[in-house]
Write a protein that binds this ligand. Structure first.
Ligand code: IPE
Ligand code: IPE
Ligand code: MG
Length: 243
């Protein structure tokens, strides 16, 4: 994972907490699940605009490790929606040169969903215009714990010497190890919290919060966030951005 010192160059990696679907639906007197369906349309608009902006990586938080605590019917609708969205959007993603990657714990997902995810990753593996990372059953603590467990195993089985461990040994075992760190974090839907998203990776991300609910978030909203980002002075602990 590397940090990008230049905000004026535009974000290489944007990470988004897509929040506010339920409230969007409630405001219209509709069930929460109608908000999730509407939210799926925003994904398409944002992916297309990210391609136009030459963003390298777009990471979307679709389902957190805590979201299993929602009513089973809502969880089911979300899982069905993920499956249908992957199937529906795959051709368009391939056409636009988008590479898909999923992060998170796949163990509790249905076999159908798991195989669609694997197939989508395989069919888009050769694409390089934009990498679209979708976090499903993802938690930042899960990611950190997994990396720590793998590191412990490598030490216990003699592949690494605990005395020689570096931060890089640990970071290389995280889900987004081979990606630039998110330059710009966006959360829609008013809340100002990270909700167990990319805890390690967000260390130096610029944090952008908007009241816009996810189903209303479009290319213009993404453009506004990117323009806000261009005005940031990223110091990474130094006195001046340049060093
Ligand atoms: C985000 O919208 C979607 C998921 C978490 C899966 P919410 O469903 O959290 O919508 P609000 O926050 O209740 O409005
Ligand atoms: C964060 O939204 C998770 C996703 C967008 C997938 P939540 O709606 O689950 O977050 P909290 O519960 O408000 O913190
Ligand atoms: Mg929410």
């Amino acid at each position: 994972m590397t940090d990008n010192p230049q905000s004026s160059a535009g974000p290489r990696h944007i990470a988004i907490v897509m929040d506010g679907n339920g409230r969007w639906a409630s405001q219209r007197g509709r069930p929460r699940t109608a908000g999730h369906h509407a939210g799926a349309k925003s994904v398409r608009a944002v992916v297309e605009h990210a391609v136009e902006l030459n963003v390298e990586v777009l990471t979307l938080f679709a389902f957190s490790s805590e979201n299993w605590q929602r009513p089973p019917t809502e969880v089911q609708v979300l899982m069905d929606l993920f499956l249908r969205t992957i199937r529906r959007e795959l051709a368009e993603l391939r056409k636009n040169g988008v590479r898909l990657k999923f992060i998170g714990n796949r163990d509790n997902l249905s076999g159908n969903l798991r195989s669609s995810m694997a197939q989508a990753e395989e069919l888009t593996a050769g694409n390089s215009r934009l990498e679209l990372v979708v976090a499903v059953d993802y938690g930042g603590r899960w990611d950190i714990f997994n990396a720590a467990r793998r590191l412990a195993l490598d030490c216990a089985e003699g592949r690494l010497d605990v005395q020689q461990l570096t931060e890089a040994d640990y970071a290389s075992r995280l889900s987004l190890a081979s990606h630039p760190a998110p330059d710009l974090f966006i959360r829609t839907g008013s809340e100002k919290r990270v909700s167990n998203f990319l805890l390690w990776d967000l260390a130096y991300s610029e944090l952008y919060f908007t009241d816009v609910l996810w189903p209303d978030f479009d290319a213009a909203c993404l453009q506004a966030a990117v323009e806000w980002y261009a005005g940031r002075n990223r110091r990474f602990g130094r006195v001046h951005a340049s060093g």
